[in-house]
Write a protein that binds this ligand. Structure first.
Ligand SMILES: [Ca+2]
Ligand SMILES: [Ca+2]
Length: 97
């Protein structure tokens, strides 16, 4: 699954903003909400959430095909890791935190 996510990364970077606008309403689904607590996302406690950690928590609320896009749009400084402040400003967390 991760290999597949990385191959879509270039596409995701180029089109993330358009996808955010088009797919915002459909990204998050499911009955159990995503956790607001950053520690729930940062499994290894290094103060950043990588794509693997992000995917393990966001899925299946975020559909598998949308995980890379959701990650890229949340990683606003594009360093491939999501900080606490980036997570709390994320589209997918809207209305949760
Ligand atoms: Ca981590
Ligand atoms: Ca970042």
């Amino acid at each position: 699954m991760l290999l597949n996510l990385y191959t879509t990364e270039k596409y995701a970077l180029k089109f993330a903003k358009e996808f955010v606008e088009e797919k915002e309403a459909t990204w998050v689904s499911g009955s159990s909400p995503l956790p607001c607590n950053f520690a729930a996302w940062d499994k290894n406690g290094d103060d950043h959430v990588d794509l693997e950690e992000f995917s393990s928590v966001a899925y299946p609320n975020v559909k598998e095909g949308d995980l890379a896009l959701a990650f890229q749009s949340t990683d606003t400084d594009e360093n491939q890791q999501i900080s606490k402040s980036e997570l709390h400003k994320a589209e997918i967390m809207f209305g949760i935190c």
